[in-house]
Design a binder for this molecule. Structure first.
Ligand code: AMP
Length: 279
């Protein structure tokens, strides 16, 4: 497996692969890889001749006071996992390589207004900008994103359609720990006690999936899920929302396919989880 730190290196590998007629799959990540990332890499390896994993803690998607500095990093372990899963190239640039006093950004309206977008202003602008750059740098045929970050997946699909990127976006299911907690690099922040408390997110998802029915009021669903979280003293709800799948607008009643998404603080750690309801 190759490692690249510069855009020029990636471009030169990509040029050779393209000349050989090879298809390229891209897995964008912020590193500190776990089996959730691994599932994306495996799928990319199955479906493409070449797999590029980007491993970059993207500074412009973090807001002031967020965890950019403390975000966990372990590039050596990431390299091992990528190599073991059959990736061909890991792209690990420094922030200066990606951003040289930029004047340009890719922004999104409507889909980024609610859910995490309303809680983290500028976050999806940072995500759309870095993902656009990665699409241009790697010239990938397919890119793999997790359903865990459901709003991000919707936004990237819409960005690709709106801006005519010539790439297929592949969504991949949420990978969970044995007890149900969605895998996340941020789980490493949790103390032993917090790790136990964090299970309330999955409990709330399960409760939601059990009781959701067509045409029920969204408020009833949110109340039931809120009660599960509030039963855990270490947890503080950032939001629990039920939105449609076209514009990610709040639904009053579950009368169409819906995304039920939440963000919950466990101590200082903000975790997310979600499920889809297809009617
Ligand atoms: P991150 O490194 O957190 O930015 O995540 C990189 C990619 O991995 C994103 O597309 C995430 O949605 C995906 N991902 C992270 N955690 C999981 C998980 N538990 N299951 C599936 N995909 C995940």
């Amino acid at each position: 497996m190759k490692t690249a730190k510069t855009v020029m290196e990636v471009r030169s590998y990509v040029k050779t692969w393209k000349a050989e007629g090879k298809t390229i799959g891209l897995v964008p990540t912020m590193g500190f890889l776990h089996q959730g990332h691994g599932s994306l890499i495996k799928k990319a390896v199955e479906e493409n001749d070449i797999v590029i994993v980007s491993d970059f803690v993207n500074p412009i998607q973090f807001g002031p006071g967020e965890d950019l500095e403390s975000y966990p990093r372990d590039f050596e372990a990431d390299k091992k996992l990528c190599e073991r899963l059959g990736a061909d190239l890991i792209f690990h640039p420094e922030p200066e390589e990606m951003y040289d006093k930029p004047c340009t950004a890719v922004d999104m309206t409507v889909l980024s207004d609610g859910l995490c977008g309303s809680k983290r202003p500028g976050h999806f602008r940072g995500v759309c900008t870095v993902v656009s750059k990665l699409f241009n740098i790697t010239k990938a045929d397919r890119a793999y994103f997790g359903q865990k970050d459901a709003q991000q997946l919707f936004i990237i699909k819409k960005m690709v359609a709106d801006l005519n990127f010539d790439i297929e976006i592949v969504g991949c299911p949420i990978i969970r720990e044995e007890d149900g907690l969605a895998m996340s690099s941020r789980n490493s922040y949790l103390s032993e006690e917090e790790r136990k408390a964090a299970l309330c997110l999955y409990k709330a998802v399960k409760r939601g999936m059990e009781i959701i029915t067509k045409n029920m009021p969204a408020a009833t669903l949110i109340e039931a899920m809120t009660a599960v979280i509030e039963n855990e003293p270490m947890a503080r709800i950032d939001y629990i929302s039920v939105v449609d799948l076209e514009e990610l607008k709040e639904l009053k009643s579950i009368d169409k396919p819906a995304l039920v998404a939440m963000a919950v603080y466990i101590g200082k750690t903000r975790l997310i989880d979600n499920f889809l309801y297809e009617l």
